[in-house]
Design a protein around this ligand. Structure first.
Ligand code: 5RP
Length: 294
């Protein structure tokens, strides 16, 4: 293993140079050499025209229990399915509240072990095995990673286990960059965490928007999807979404900024306009305001 002596800080990201290993054969970043099945799942997630995705995240219950806005998954989720591309959820939510009749991609939360009832949010296990991920028709498996926290080794083991199993059955893995209470939300941290997950073999990375985000994107050889984070005013959330997409994210994975908004459907559609239709944040917010007042 390379030692840290003489370590030089990376700085030459060439952010204006497109990713090189992107042949016209397959449009998802870093996936050209994957097999058909992996590509098919990635094509289910990322739109072939925009190259992007709108994930609706409602997996919060796996460690938060009932969250404001998610009190009744059974009533909320079916109303939002037509307005998003991917459902990010637990197998419990999927089997109880998602009709099997739809054709939306599934990002299945497979790691578990945290809870809001104690301060330990950085020790998880892979709770869903490969067979049940297949039964759930997962298009990717979501595994939390805790870089820089006590749970780092276990979480890298979890991610590696999911990647190994996913490779056997052609199901991609999404590495979810956690930001615990003691972790920094800086580009330095996100550059390290996203690159580690990608080098371990994750096919998609989910992280948060930050300053110098385009350098985070440039240094990561697989697509990055941005989590919404805590609830923001709708215009601020749409500005964050616009900046993320403009700076190279291949999608948004919004939870609270959709299900805690005044009008979740209108918010999901406003995000779609940024993600798939090249709308600006201002245009998307005008759409949102019109939708809620019509
Ligand atoms: C929660 C998650 C969520 O999928 C992710 O954080 C997106 O949700 P939000 O936009 O509410 O942050 O990983 O464990």
């Amino acid at each position: 293993m390379a030692d840290k002596d003489g370590f030089k800080v990376a700085k030459n990201y060439q952010v204006d140079v497109p990713f090189a290993n992107n042949s016209e054969s397959f449009y998802v970043k870093g996936s050209n050499n994957l097999d058909w099945g992996m590509k098919k799942h990635l094509a289910n997630i990322f739109d072939a025209k925009s190259g992007n995705t709108v994930m609706f995240a409602f997996d919060h219950g796996y460690f938060m229990g009932s969250v404001a806005g998610l009190e009744r998954l059974d009533l909320l989720v079916p109303t939002l399915i037509p307005h998003v591309d991917v459902l990010m959820c637990t197998r419990g939510a999927l089997r109880t509240c998602v009709p099997p009749t739809g054709n939306k991609a599934i990002a299945l939360r497979v790691s578990s072990g945290s809870s809001m009832l104690n301060d330990d949010l950085s020790h998880e296990v892979v709770a869903v095995d490969m067979e049940d991920a297949i039964r759930c028709n997962a298009d990717c498996m979501a595994v939390q990673g805790f870089i820089g926290a006590d749970g780092q080794l276990q979480s890298i083991g979890n991610l590696s286990m999911a990647i190994n199993a996913g490779a056997r059955y052609s199901i991609p893995t999404m590495g979810v960059v956690a930001v615990g209470k003691d972790m920094e939300r800086t580009d330095r941290y996100f550059k390290i965490a996203t690159r580690i997950f990608a080098e371990i073999g994750a096919n998609i990375i989910k992280t948060y928007y930050c300053e110098n985000f385009e350098e985070v994107v440039a240094a990561c050889p697989v697509p990055i999807v941005v989590a919404g984070g805590k609830k923001l005013p709708e215009d601020e959330a749409l500005t964050m979404a616009y900046r993320a997409i403009s700076e190279g994210a291949h999608g948004l994975d919004m939870g609270r900024n959709i299900f805690q908004s005044e009008n979740p459907i209108a918010m999901a559609e406003a995000i779609r306009k940024i993600v798939h239709e090249k709308a600006t944040d201002r245009e998307a917010y005008q759409f949102y305001q019109y939708a809620i007042h019509k």
